[in-house]
Design a protein around this ligand. Sequence first.
Ligand code: ZN
Ligand code: ZN
Length: 295
Amino acid sequence: MLNKKRDDHIRLEDWHTHNRFCRHAEGTIEDYIKKAIKFNLDLIGISDHFPYEYLRNSNLRIEQVPFQEYAMRLNEVDSYLSSIEELKLKYKDKIQIRTAFEIDYFRSHEVDLEKEFYSRVEKLDYILGSVHILHGRSKLFAFDDKRFLKMYKEYDSIDNIYLEYYQKIQNMIHSDKFDFDVLSHFDLPKKYNKRAINKDLVMNEAIKTLDLAKKADLTIEINTGGLRKEINEQYPSYEIIEKMHELDIPILFGSDAHHPNDLGYKFDKMLKIVKKIGYSNLAHFNKRKRKFIEI
Ligand SMILES: [Zn+2]
Ligand SMILES: [Zn+2]
């Protein structure tokens, strides 16, 4: 869809992409860069999953968090970062490339994370903050991994999954040890077509979370990955994007590509939607500084 030359001057930038380092995405970093150039994207953010190995030191039960399948190893972080640096040089005349991580927030592991991570932070252009793991009643589980959908039965209702999820996002925003720029896939619990039952209750918690995000001056991602899942809708919903616009919360686009062909997925459609809602610019990061580009 994007591999035709666009006839306008709108810059399209994809800020959420994965690659082979995380072991569940196809293609090398260079494969994604080449495809992004082919698709006429103006920028690609390399934002693979940051390691979860610090969870190993945990007292929590993590057998339903097979983190070896979710992210690179800690000892691969340096080669990940240096590969991106090399590719930035190699392709500097063709496309802008940004360095990032998508990092999961765990309150009990803030200190470990700080130790492992924040020494390397100066190389990054931005950080995606995400929640993919919930506590469940008995053990941690990756709620967006289909293999663990049976864990949903531990909750009285899907609404409680949403409430725990938004609570974790709020903790992530409040944390003074966890430092990030962009909130990813805001309403992720809907992924497997699991809509809230008490919509007002869940929407109120979502709005409370948006208020906090605004106070923290965060950017929120419009993630088109949801359009490739059972829910068949971007994260977040149209209604939530409207609230974000009312609150004047900055946005940017991410495809959450796990295959090079996913890059820029349905960005044209999304551009129409956010313009209709009233957005006239998108956020853009360089060395953790935000600016805006017109759309
Ligand atoms: Zn992934
Ligand atoms: Zn994610």
